[in-house]
Design a protein around this ligand. Structure first.
Ligand code: AMP
Length: 218
């Protein structure tokens, strides 16, 4: 199946995409991860995106559409993909539609993860990941079993995203409400939208997603 996870920063799209990726053999396509990798590599795209990302704004449609178009052509995407953080504007949604049509790929569902705004700040400002394997942690909600050691791979190098601070989050939320939230109406009108409760326990959110995926597979 091919799905889009839609929701504000901190809704849990990345966390859930990583879980679904493992259990369903689908591929997580996170434009945020791809852009961070481009910034770290110092590529031309990375240089163009860096300042915008640090300010919490949106990188140009042209850049992200180019990245996604190339990535979807890779063979692992044939197993099904989870778009995480793309599309984020109506222009990106329209470009995605054209792109998928031209490649004969069907979009099975757009899943909105609903979370209250005040929760987002709490979630984002406390989160960090393992620098080696990418496992996600949180100062309050999920600390490693052994302090300073990743539960998943045993590494002890953790990272926090530069844009996971309260000030940048406000800008990211604003970008979400101005540019991305209209996509909910867009996909509702196309009869593609399903909403789930992103405030539930992490495992319960996964169950809601799995039930959508299992229904779609039948
Ligand atoms: P994320 O990891 O999805 O929170 O994305 C981090 C940052 O990357 C965003 O705040 C944007 O600056 C940029 N970004 C990621 N995906 C997109 C997109 N689809 N369109 C525009 N900018 C994006």
């Amino acid at each position: 199946m091919n799905i889009i996870l839609l929701g504000p920063p901190g809704a849990g799209k990345g966390t859930q995409a990583r879980i679904i990726e493992k259990s369903y053999g689908m591929v997580q396509l996170s434009t945020g991860d791809m852009l961070r990798a481009a910034v770290a590599a110092g590529s031309e795209v990375g240089q163009r995106a860096k300042a915008v990302m640090e300010s919490g704004g949106l990188v140009s449609d042209e850049i992200v559409i180019g990245i996604i178009s190339d990535r979807i052509d890779e063979p692992d995407c044939a197993k099904g993909f989870i778009l995480d953080g793309f599309p984020r504007t109506l222009g990106q949604a329209a470009a995605l539609e054209t792109l998928l049509q031209s490649k004969g790929i069907k979009l099975d569902a757009v899943i909105e993860m609903r979370v209250d705004d005040e929760k987002l700040v709490e979630r984002i400002t406390g989160r960090y990941t393992c620098g080696a394997c990418g496992e996600g942690y949180h100062d309050t909600f999920r600390t490693p079993k052994v302090e300073g050691v990743c539960d998943n791979c045993g590494a002890s190098d953790f990272k926090r995203r530069a844009d996971d601070n309260e000030e940048t989050l406000r800008a990211r939320l604003l970008a979400y409400y101005k540019e991305t939230s209209p996509l909910l109406g867009y996909y509702f009108a196309k009869d593609n939208l399903v909403s789930i409760d992103g405030m539930a326990e992490m495992s319960e959110v996964t169950n809601q997603l799995k039930s959508i995926l299992n229904d779609g597979a039948n």
